[in-house]
Design a protein around this ligand. Structure first.
Ligand code: ZN
Length: 78
């Protein structure tokens, strides 16, 4: 148990979070996303300002397309 705390922190920062832009379907890195919006407690990221604006105008329409992204687990651990 002599773990280097700073080393651990660096490892966390180094992890790249890639999420899907719900508007155009592109993969977007959260660190470099052009914009993001909060919706029902979740944060969504977008490749560009225009995608964010489209989402903000009518967020619900982008959830109807995809199949239930709200699940946090594959179901194996329930
Ligand atoms: Zn986009």
């Amino acid at each position: 148990m002599s773990a280097c705390l700073i080393h651990d922190m660096k490892n966390q920062v180094a992890v790249k979070a890639v999420v899907k832009d719900l508007v155009c379907g592109m993969d977007v890195e959260t660190a470099t996303a052009a914009g993001h919006s909060e919706h029902k407690g979740h944060t969504y990221y977008f490749c560009g300002v225009s995608c964010k604006q489209k989402f903000d105008l009518n967020p619900e329409q982008y959830f109807d397309k995809s199949s239930a992204p709200a699940k946090t687990c594959c179901g194996c651990c329930s």
